[in-house]
Design a protein. Structure first.
Length: 197
């Protein structure tokens, strides 16, 4: 076998995903062809085509695989009581899922226009709304809804915006998580009915 990027996983489909994501991040989604992906894998285009018909098929499969923990989290969260402890656990699990999917989210951040035009852009928006719905109270005032949205953005910022900041990535993830927990705690502790009389 010849040179291939070091895959994190073993089977052919997963190797295709790993190499494609690496090339998408390095060269840009639009400028990467199926032929180039096949060349980096040292397989024929036909062999690649057996697994994926288009670049979007590859990107969608990467997205679905790396986001499965987020789907599982949404399902788990719907079954839990709406307590502050549940909300904190949702944030912890989401932070861990983001960390595991960091290469994909970095690619999406750097290729926002492309992602918006693909089907995953629509899915991402709906997943974010579903997560916020698990974090906020049903009748939450607008300020508390903003706090819950901001909590998710804080975790994304911890992974993306702070990537060039000094410090250990795990420490940055934990700092962003701490801010997210503070925001959701404040939103949770507000009485939607207003001040007590």
């Amino acid at each position: 076998m010849g040179r291939t990027p070091q895959p994190r996983r073993g089977n052919t489909r997963q190797r295709i995903q790993d190499v494609a994501l690496e090339l998408f991040a390095e060269r840009g989604y639009e400028k990467t062809s199926l032929r180039e992906i096949a060349e980096h894998l040292e397989v024929t285009k036909a062999a690649l085509y057996y697994h994926f018909k288009t670049k979007e098929d590859i990107l969608n499969s990467i997205f679905e695989d790396l986001n499965r923990p987020i789907e599982d989290l949404l399902e788990w969260g719907k079954e839990q009581p709406r307590t502050l402890e549940t909300k904190k656990e949702i944030l912890v699990r989401y932070s861990e899922a983001l960390s595991a999917a960091a290469p994909l989210f970095r690619f999406m951040q750097e290729n926002q226009a492309t992602v918006r035009d693909l089907s995953i852009g629509h899915t991402i928006k709906h997943r974010a709304i579903a997560l916020v719905d698990l974090l906020k109270e049903p009748d939450a005032p607008l300020t508390d809804q903003v706090r819950c949205f901001t909590a998710l953005f804080a975790m994304h910022a911890g992974m993306l915006a702070l990537k060039d900041a000094e410090g250990d990535p795990e420490e940055k993830r934990k700092a962003a998580l701490e801010v997210a927990v503070e925001l959701v705690t404040r939103a949770h502790d507000q009485d939607p009915a207003g001040p007590a009389t």
